[in-house]
Write a protein of this length. Structure first.
Length: 344
């Protein structure tokens, strides 16, 4: 039986990997969590270990955000050693990733390719950057400085992508809207992700597990009139007026309103919205788990978030609104216009 390895660092990657693995049932699917904070095992990893309908025969965890100076270097070397052992044992024919800049994926591709076998690199739709591109990847810092440093430090197997999904390691891409992808991805073999695959029994079970462990009910989600999805807290720090803009937005809304923060925020309520009567949905719950439970009359609001893209793809009947956050971008606005997202 051929083997495919799925590298995931976000909940979206996990859901997409599950959807794809479910369609490739003739393969042994192995799940690898990467870029996770060093220390305690993330909640989602523990849930996957208990997941009865998981399509993955194995799951592994590699911490990526390491602490320390010299100790960090030693940990990185140990990570590479463990990853090398895993890839050599599995001899995978396919490697999937949601961010081909991840050093774990590129090193795994290098090791797999060194085993004198054919190995195919796959990019799984990461969200908005698939369609508008990641400009930093083609800037001087990434193309010259970062690229050279990585080649010198890690090896010449490092391949800098001009945008997410465009590295030379990637041959095939799996995306929601093939007709809207960034032009730099056109040379890849394209696969259209099936929305039906995100409604599988396996993903429904995982979604329910996420809700239960966080004390959220289906009725709570279904009863919402407005759901506001917020970005990583780093944007709040860069834009001191962000909270005021959100408050102005909320003041114009009616009904049952809830907010969902980014899962990697350091706290649960960075903008201190709960005292205003706004419900907080646990940030650790995947938006992909929430989306199927929303009623058709709800309004989903975000800035340039991938949650809006997901909503237009998986629940096109739901009204979606993007609000200006001080970082307006013509490419994002054009993408949302093409998808039917209302712009405030």
């Amino acid at each position: 039986m051929s083997c495919s390895v799925y590298f995931v660092s976000t909940l979206l990657h996990l859901f997409t990997a599950t959807a794809i693995a479910g369609e490739r049932s003739d393969e042994k699917a192995v799940l690898v969590f990467i870029d996770q904070p060093e220390g305690a095992t993330p909640q989602i990893v523990e849930l996957v270990q208990q997941w009865a309908l998981s399509p993955f025969a194995e799951q592994h965890l590699f911490f990526g955000r390491l602490k320390g100076g010299l100790s960090k270097l030693k940990k990185r070397r140990r990570l590479f050693s463990d990853l090398k052992d895993l890839i050599e044992r599995l001899s995978p024919g396919h490697l999937f990733v949601g961010n081909d800049r991840r050093i774990e994926f590129q090193y795994a591709m290098h090791i797999a390719s060194s085993q004198a076998q054919t190995v195919t690199g796959h990019y799984m739709d990461e969200g908005t950057f698939t369609y508008v591109g990641r400009e930093a990847s083609s800037g001087l810092g990434d193309v010259v400085v970062d690229n050279l440093l990585k080649k010198l430090f890690y090896g010449f197997w490092w391949k800098n992508p001009v945008t997410v999904g465009a590295s030379a390691w990637i041959k095939e891409i799996h995306v929601a809207f093939p007709e809207l992808i960034d032009s730099r991805l056109h040379g890849k073999v394209k696969h259209c992700l099936s929305a039906d695959s995100f409604q599988s029994d396996a993903l429904q079970q995982l979604s329910q597990m996420m809700l239960q462990v966080n004390g959220v009910t289906k009725e709570q989600i279904h009863g919402l009139d407005v759901l506001i999805t917020l970005p990583h807290e780093s944007l709040f720090e860069k834009n001191t007026g962000y909270r005021d803009k959100v408050l102005t937005l909320i003041n114009g809304l009616e009904g049952s309103i809830a907010v969902k923060y980014h899962p990697r925020n350091s706290g649960e309520d960075a903008l201190n919205l709960q005292p205003l009567g706004i419900q907080l949905l646990p940030s650790s719950i995947s938006y992909e788990a929430i989306l199927p439970l929303l009623n058709s009359d709800v309004t989903v609001i975000g800035d340039v978030s991938s949650t809006l893209l997901l909503t237009r793809w998986l629940r096109p009947e739901i009204k979606t609104v993007s609000y200006r956050n001080g970082t307006e971008n013509k490419k994002f606005e054009q993408l949302f216009h093409d998808l039917g997202v209302e712009l405030l």
